[in-house]
Design a protein around this ligand. Sequence first.
Ligand code: URA
Ligand code: ZN
Length: 384
Amino acid sequence: MASRKSKVVDVHTHMYPPEYISILTSRSTIPLVRTFPSQQQDDSKPQDPRLILLEAEIPSLQLALSDPSAPIPGRPLTSHYASLSQKIHFMDTHQIDISVISLANPWLDFLTPEEASGPLPAKINQDFERMCTLHPGRLFFFATLPLTAPSADVILKSIESSKELKHCRGVIMGTSGLGRGLDDPNLLPVFEALAQHNLPVFLHPHYGLPNSVYGPQQENYGHVLPLALGFPMETTIAVARMYLAGVFDAVPGLRMILAHSGGTLPFLAGRIESCVLHDGVLLKKFKEEKRRTVWEVLREQVYLDAVVYNEVGLKAAIGASGEDRLMFGTDHPFFPPLETDEQGEWESVGLNAQAVRKALGEGSEGAEGVMGGNAVRVLKLVEE
Ligand code: URA
Ligand code: ZN
């Protein structure tokens, strides 16, 4: 990356602390970590265990368990997932000054209600705080909430204790909410508490679309359909549901940072708007309640990351939310290079940085903002 006036900030960058990895290693259903006998071949060096996260990976997991010659499922769990020194090395390699780290999917969504109200969620957040403290000025984090806890009180307490952690700048959340999605009225107190504490929600997909939509040949298509299309559609539908339920109008202080440039929201917002306009019942309701348009919500309550890998999508995102609301990200440690050294530069990072340059012009004020200035301003990324 060329030299810059303002800092480069990565707002979309994950870690699984070692304690979380041990939990995944002890599990027999997804999400899980597992080593397959066919991995340890000949005299070659031991291979990384596999990280299996997605529902779309279940068929290949089942096949590998029943047939040792079948392809190994999931992705290699390299040291990049849990090692803080690898994160710093990755940042240094790509001239990233500040990272806002977050637990990767599926966060704590699989905890039983008892586990969610136990000590684990606070320990994970404290671990993120500890990592940030080790690198003053370079690391901040999005906390994780125990959303499967039996009562909202546990979640509200977790928001309060996260706010106390010096480097916490928001929370990362999937689309399941309390189990019924983000338009669930029971989630409103959580959104209100987050708004009151000025903690934005970094909304990230995990569940994708039902496997059936990927068709009978999905085994031949790797991760392309669930990751390139399922993830962004999930985000799009989750936010559209929030919009239609009036969540943004009900909690005007809520701020959301949407992963992957809002899924397909920038591209489809016009269609959402038009469908409301052509639905007599909804139109009347929206008028009575003086609801804002999707476009207004996108420019007033939503930020988008710039993890879209190409300037065509990025220009749509900028058109929807404004260049002052876009924030660079890498999605490290996902999408490592396959043909070059993982310790060197990652093609995925280069593509996202190139998209910013091509969309806004190298060194322009807008590009500087997207690469870091916006995140520093919005998330107050200064070490106190
Ligand atoms: N990126 C993520 O953040 N999670 C995945 O599961 C895959 C890609
Ligand atoms: Zn991600």
